[in-house]
Design a protein around this ligand. Structure first.
Ligand SMILES: [Zn+2]
Length: 306
């Protein structure tokens, strides 16, 4: 049976000083994967240690210098997060985690990062709880090392993946797809290669039909060597920051579509967690754990075709 390996580090649980972003979810996802028998202790890997300097393949020197010196400037202040040494190091560590999970995906088919998905970070500034664009870092590094040529970003977070879209706007080797709530941050939206902006209160049926149809058409046009999945939990109907109405079952079906269509085509998928602000953090954790459940089902040949 093929295995799914996970990347995690205890330092992902950062002190955000009362912020709505629940960084304890990373530890809780790990604990629940173990408790439910979806992972064994030996299935967890540590992030690759990288430095701020390594991030220059994505971020500008001026912005990285602000992060290095914890300077509150027009480049850092739109993070809507505190700016401490611990937080900067946590974001850098998670970029190393998405890179590690990418390498696992290229070996195993899936690599699951219990972290990452910071799609609002631009090359030259922070935004929306995101300091470092780990998705762009993993893609650029895999390309630089000659491991892949083309990547497809499937961004299912309820917020548009504006930073990622802007970073790859003029790069035909990376196809950016984002399905999100239209009337919501970010304002204005960037232009991805394919955007689906959904109306308020969209539920499972419409969401899943739109997602499936778009991915089928994208795979007709574009053949990636790697899929980078931002599996945000915030399209959930009880999310505090958004207004879509997906159920947990609907979100799991979303995972089956995204992961299944790639698996059928033998395209490796790196999974990152992105956002999730359910009233009960356990719901966010369950949604993320379900994504791992679907990956394991597919890897072991038990998954239904998408
Ligand atoms: Zn989000």
């Amino acid at each position: 049976m093929a295995r799914v390996r996970y990347v995690f580090h205890p330092r992902y649980e950062m002190d955000l000083q009362g912020h709505v972003f629940p960084t304890q979810k990373y530890r809780l996802v790990r604990e629940r994967l173990l408790a439910e028998g979806l992972a064994r202790p030996e299935d967890f890997e540590e992030p690759e240690p990288i430095t701020l300097d390594d991030l220059k393949i994505v971020h500008t020197p001026e912005y990285l210098d602000d992060l290095r010196h914890l300077r509150w400037t027009h480049r850092t202040m739109y993070s809507e997060l505190p700016l401490t040494r611990e937080i900067v190091e946590g974001f850098v560590l998670m970029a190393g985690g998405t890179w590690k999970a990418t390498r696992l995906a290229l070996q195993d088919g899936f690599g699951y990062h219990i972290g990452g998905g910071f799609h609002h970070a631009y090359s030259d500034h922070a935004e929306g709880f995101c300091y470092v664009n780990d998705l762009a870092y993993a893609i650029r590094r895999a390309q630089t090392e000659g491991l892949i040529e083309r990547a497809l970003v499937v961004d299912c977070d309820v917020h548009q993946g504006n930073g990622t879209a802007a970073i790859f706007r003029h790069d035909p080797s990376v196809f950016t797809f984002s399905i999100h709530q239209e009337e919501l941050y970010p304002w204005p939206k960037e232009q991805s290669d394919w955007d689906i902006g959904l109306p308020l209160y969209t539920g499972d049926e419409v969401y899943l039909a739109e997602l499936r149809a778009a991915l089928e058409e994208i795979y007709r046009r574009f053949t990636p060597d790697l899929v980078v999945y931002q599996a945000g939990a915030d399209p959930y109907r009880e999310d505090q920051l958004a207004n879509l109405r997906l159920s947990k079952e609907g979100l799991m079906e979303r995972d089956r579509i995204v992961l299944g269509m790639a698996w059928q085509r033998r395209i490796p998928v790196v999974i990152t967690l992105g956002g999730g602000y359910a009233l009960r953090v356990e719901d966010t954790v369950e949604i993320h754990v379900n994504t791992a459940r679907v990956a394991r089902e597919l890897a072991s040949g038990q998954g239904e075709p998408a």
